[in-house]
Ligand binder design. Sequence first.
Ligand code: 5BU
Length: 250
Amino acid sequence: EEKTRLSYQQKFELAQHSVSKKLLETALAKESNLIASADVTTTQELLELADKVGPHIIALKTHIDIISDFDYQNTIIPLKEIASRHKFLLMEDRKFADIGNTQELQFTSGVFRITDWADFVTSQVIGGFESLDCFKNVGVVAIIGMSSKGTLTSNNYREEALKVALSHPNVIGGVSQNPIPEDILLFTPGVNLADSGDGKGQQYNTPEHVFKTLHTDFIIVGRGIYKSENPETAAATYKNAGWNAYLNSL
Ligand code: 5BU
């Protein structure tokens, strides 16, 4: 007997955090559950990709520390403009993993000043409940389980990580390859329509699979989009595949 899931509309009505509301509202308005991962290494590539895929995504996920020519004025200011024009959120995949005080410094200082532009960030919960207190003005997506072969996120680890995530008011969701309680949003990377792996430990599933078996909320697609010959049509393809898979899972 297959269990049904809550719809985005139902989750929107239940959501407590402003960033969860914004994400769900955007998903409903754009009929998309797609987050594009912009794992490119120059400002020009980042901005071009953001502009091309912008109409199809609800958020752009960055690893801002891989941008070789990062410059707040030339990288972040135009990125924010593109995000507001196409109405998507900015998700910085920083995966914080330290004590609260250090995470606070990494979040607010340095050249990236993540606190000034990211709508939400990823964080490990390995530092415990209080390590997440510093992310007051953004949503936190907690890393519960990883997609790579041999990951140490065992059943027991995930169970303990979930306890932290579910109890912390800054947490809006979790990244996982397993189902999680519907109280928080589920983000699933390791999604690709063409490949089953990358030869470096990454493991891929299809949108259909992750909606059906995990009842995920949002799919995260990197190389399937930015490495494709035409990132704009690839984004449209993943958007439609994700939305249809969601509808089929209701
Ligand atoms: P890909 O090109 O679609 O494989 O990129 C996946 C992205 O998601 C990449 O930026 C990773 O850092 C990120 N990711 C992941 O692949 N698997 C995980 O478990 C986590 C993050 Br957590």
